[in-house]
Write a protein that binds this ligand. Sequence first.
Ligand code: HT7
Ligand code: ZN
Length: 876
Amino acid sequence: GQIVHLEDYRPTDFVLERVDLTFELDPKETKVEARLIFHRREGANPSAPLVLDGDELTMTGLLLDQEEIPAALYDVLDDTLTIRGLPETAPFEITVTTVLSPESNTKLMGLYRTSNVYCTQCEAEGFRRITYFPDRPDVLAVYTVNIIADKATAPLLLSNGNYLGGADLGDGRHFASWFDPHPKPSYLFALVAGDLGVVEDKFMTASGREVALKIYVEHGKEPRAAYAMDALKRAMKWDEEVFGREYDLDIFMIVAVSDFNMGAMENKGLNVFNDKYVLADPETATDTDYANIEAIIAHEYFHNWTGNRITCRDWFQLCLKEGLTVYRDHEFSADMRSRVVKRIAEVRHLKSEQFPEDAGPLAHPVRPAQYREINNFYTTTVYEKGSEVTRMIATILGRDLFKKGMDLYFDRHDGQAVTIEDFIACFEDASGRDLSQFSLWYEQAGTPLVSASGSYDTAAQTFTLALEQTVPPTPGQSAKRPMHIPLRVGLLLEDGSEATLKRASGADVTGDVIHLTERRQTVVFSGIPSRPVPSFNRGFSAPINVHIEQSAEDRALIARHEVDLFARWQALNAMALDNLVEAAGEARGARPITCDELLVEGLLAAAGDDRLEPAFRSQVLSLPSEADIAREIGHDNDPDAIQAGRQAILSAIAASGRSTFERLADDMALPGPFRPDATSAGQRSLRNAALSYLVYGDGRPERAADAFHSANNMTDLSLALTLLAQRFPDAEETAEALAAFKKRFADNALVIDKWFAIQATIPGPATLERVKTLMSDPLFNASNPNRVRSLVGTYAFSNPTGFNRADGEGYRFLARQILAIDPRNPQLAARILTSMRSWRSLEQTRAEHARGALKEIAAASSLSADVSDIVERMLQ
Ligand code: HT7
Ligand code: ZN
């Protein structure tokens, strides 16, 4: 693949006015006729040829205004069809006919088959696998789609927009026509055909239009789509109330499929979902599954405005739709559930996924300036950091001006394909503020580090904060400019009360936000009666690392008294992390491991505080992960020592907290039938956190086995199974529970994914053999992405001691898997390979093994662009 550069962007020479597609569906030989009406753009070169994109296409016909185009006037190369001699000004029609084999399309891009259903995935560049087309997001057109298929096997024929009509063709086939009045880019095209069950509902928009809602699932699974339907209606209502956005077609459809490369896809009016994010019932879905379904249903729905009505000019602008839409789905979940608990979960995710990406060889700006393979840029940086950047705009402008900016964006750019500059300009125009320095957040990769130190002047009663920001070098960006960092702070006095922030001099302060804009800046607060304890980055107002010398006592004060509950969690988490880093060092040096008494006190005080909501207390009890500790240490990591240190701390907490945990396990028991709401989920979560410590303290499997046998929902059942497997992998009870679980859920793919994943997380070097054995289990299916992710992906991403075996066998195993997956499904292979993105921060022996495995991949012949792009960047 060639490198594409943002600065090379040029509009097309031709404007596409209309698209008419006719599909004659067949598993092996689908015929696609595309009629495309173009005219030459005003001002374009009158002799410029029309260049269309294609990928692995077989073309059987090419007409200009219904006349065959002579061979001398067109060229078919690998990825393009070039047509010369086209009219200078008049509109013309190109008709392209292609023949595809959906059943042999294993890449799951373009038109493919999954469980006997025809289905498409076109983002980012899948449409070019269906027909020759100007396959780029700034080409917006109105589509009519005709689908012809066998009536018995494909009674259902769906595409974007509104249903026009259909008929029986009398030869065992039938057809249906769809018309989408909203101009859209090709990546939002979708077609689904097959035999599916449906759940139907309707939604009345604020302006009184009735929208038919349909969720299509495999026959028999309809009851499991009820929660998704409920989430959809709540999302539609929320978008009207909070962003003033109404739905714009008569029908909104969701189709759940079992083979899908990502979570879901926001095709106009016809979202296609990985069934993992649609199907749920108490017996088979965990609380996390319910929360994910709610978030992803909302996310895809919200794309209707942020992504579809206003789309991206080019793929460099991906964060324009993704960062903003993630921000919107985060706000939705915060409103549906507990805001602080949601924020903690977001920050945990950001730090565990995005921070390592930003600190490693795959680091890139929220808006990259170049790419080789766009599929590799659907990253946590574009999505989650992109969302944080949007959140910072809201923090800097305040709620009302942010809303004004969003309204202006919807107003000004509806129906357009735009850029980050266009987006930012709306907030500048709405607020009168200059956001040019702020825009560096889109351009500079790397997680900024803010170092802070405070000094209190007793005589003057002033508190001076000295702040310094550094943005670390990242691939292709060695020098960085200072950013605009909105830092929310509180100053806590000895008694836990909060000092009023009165700025005397230095950096700008609005409310509790310090605007850090220079490399080094001080800010002086006056009228501070005693030495305060600063609480930094309240609510995680900026996606940064903060370095501040703060004693455990100071952190404990924050943990007890901060009005910002997020900051309380943050203080305890930081205290725990300090202790865990130290413990890892002690374990590595074979020294005794010490557990900080203040940490234990703080954790138990919060966990046992009935005034706080259970979900929050559960978050407090969940210590930083082994990966979090490795990230904090940053270099020369020994995963075994990290794990040993962490386990010693867990044991100490388990011992000190026994009575608290016993009480919580009882108090948090939920009588009555399962309910998936946030409050019940929070109680389950706290109860399971307490149970985990108790099992830890017991050192015996009985309690976990009891929990397994008495569970009446998947949250409790899978937690109990995880405890058994991770703590007692060789116990009789564990073998029995694993066998019982497998037997009970053998025909439920999504639950069997959990069965594989749980076993893939068992710590220690022996798990590699287990994973290999599981790969030959009859239930393993190498062509199903969810299954591959659940076993191979979980092993590589979520099992630090199992995967990072000191002998390097884990890496060599992964290399072989990547090479096996790549020819079938490059996107999936490339994604799983990113599990090795932090290899350089391992201790030397492991790092050398990791390098060796990466080189083995790099040396393989005929790698996909997806995998070779990742492996080359990782080795650079
Ligand atoms: N916008 C969707 C991205 C997506 C995708 C991208 C590449 C390959 C396959 C894909 N499936 C879905 C998902 C989203 O952010 O909503
Ligand atoms: Zn999205």
